[in-house]
Design a protein around this ligand. Structure first.
Ligand code: ADP
Ligand code: MG
Length: 330
């Protein structure tokens, strides 16, 4: 439905996005994940028609958008800071674009009610943005973006300004809302947890290029390379003999490099990999350890809360093969 075909964008001749290709089926959510400065916002702006293309094409339903101005593209944009009109009520903000289109007042009111119910803000219609929490403001901004039934909703780090607890909660809400509205959306984020929580597909960007793209579970289970794996939350990448030992303990075939999540190595009386605890830090969920394993070296591991594991202790680790990813040779 949305297709980017080798899209390139430059600023004064300096490439910001290089030959990015993506496909997004209707009613799905694509997360574009990458570190700050890798070109995510530039890519979104190119889709919206706010940056000219140095090369490639943006297509919606097979039609090339070259020459189609921003306001005719059917895209709605939403940013980190919502950018609500401070002097308008919540209802005034949500209905703004509909009134611009000279929609009859009764229809605007009905649609605003629907949208406020969708984002769980029924009863907030007459409030002013200044009286809302950050999370409520972002939900109003989302309702406003959805008001015009955009063909593609473009979300640029919509949760980044919120604190961690609220971000996690709203990520789940965002998924539910987009699902229910049947919206095709591109979500830009630098937070892999947010991408996992919201999206169906994921594209990983680095230095202006899309380095991997696919269904979210596939990207997560098969990172394209070590750098991508680390960006996706794997704690370490083991190579050579270290990769071989851990892969064997997990019952996997030998591999040149192995990405290991912290939670894949767990202290257990039945563990087969002996090692010595180098450091231990208790968290509410688990004890986080660094363990030195024979033939492997340092690894991250976890022990159940309350487990006694102090530096110098000998422990045994089990390996969860589902939290490992074999990487191609780089
Ligand atoms: P991200 O959203 O992933 O953080 P951006 O798309 O904002 O990255 O930026 C990608 C690159 O393009 C960066 O090197 C940034 O400095 C540069 N850039 C972004 N906007 C402009 C601009 N208006 N003029 C010149 N360079 C820009
Ligand atoms: Mg950005």
């Amino acid at each position: 439905m949305l297709e980017l075909d080798r899209v390139s964008v430059s600023y004064d001749g300096v490439p910001a996005v290089t030959a990015a290709s993506l496909r997004l089926p209707e009613a799905q959510v694509l997360a574009v994940l990458g570190p700050s400065g890798c070109g995510k916002s530039t890519l979104l702006r190119a889709v919206a028609g706010l940056e000219p293309l140095a090369g490639g094409r943006v297509l919606v339903d097979g039609a090339d958008l070259a020459g189609v101005p921003t306001h005719r593209r059917g895209c709605a944009l939403m940013f980190q800071d919502g950018q609500l009109f401070g002097h308008l009520t919540v209802a005034g903000n949500v209905g703004y674009a509909l009134r611009l289109r000279r929609t009859p007042a009764r229809d605007v009111a009905r649609r605003v009610d629907e949208l406020l119910a969708l984002v769980d803000l029924a009863g907030y219609a007459e409030r002013l943005p200044g009286t809302l929490s950050g999370g409520e403001r972002q939900r109003v901004a989302l309702a406003r973006a959805l008001a015009v039934d955009p063909r593609v909703l473009l979300l640029d780090e919509p949760l980044s300004a919120l604190d961690a607890t609220l971000r996690e909660h709203l990520a789940g809400e965002l998924r539910r809302i987009l699902r229910r509205a049947g919206t095709t959306a591109v979500l830009v984020t630098h937070d892999h947890e947010e991408a996992f929580a919201v999206a169906d597909r994921m594209a990983v960007m680095r230095s202006g290029r899309v380095v991997q793209e696919g269904p979210i579970g596939e990207v997560w289970q098969h990172p394209a390379d070590a750098e991508t794996a680390l960006f996706l939350g794997y704690a370490r990448v083991l190579r050579g003999p270290a990769a071989a030992v851990v892969a064997r303990a997990a019952g996997l075939a030998a591999t040149p490099a192995l990405a290991v999540r912290r939670s894949s190595l767990v202290v257990s009386p039945v563990g087969r990999l002996p090692g010595v605890v180098e450091s231990a830090r208790a968290t509410p969920e688990q004890v986080r350890l660094v363990v030195r394993l024979e033939e492997v070296g340092e690894v991250d591991a976890v022990a159940p809360t309350g487990a006694h594991a102090a530096p110098g202790d000998v422990v045994h680790l089990t390996v969860d093969p589902h939290r490992l990813a074999a990487l191609p040779e780089s």
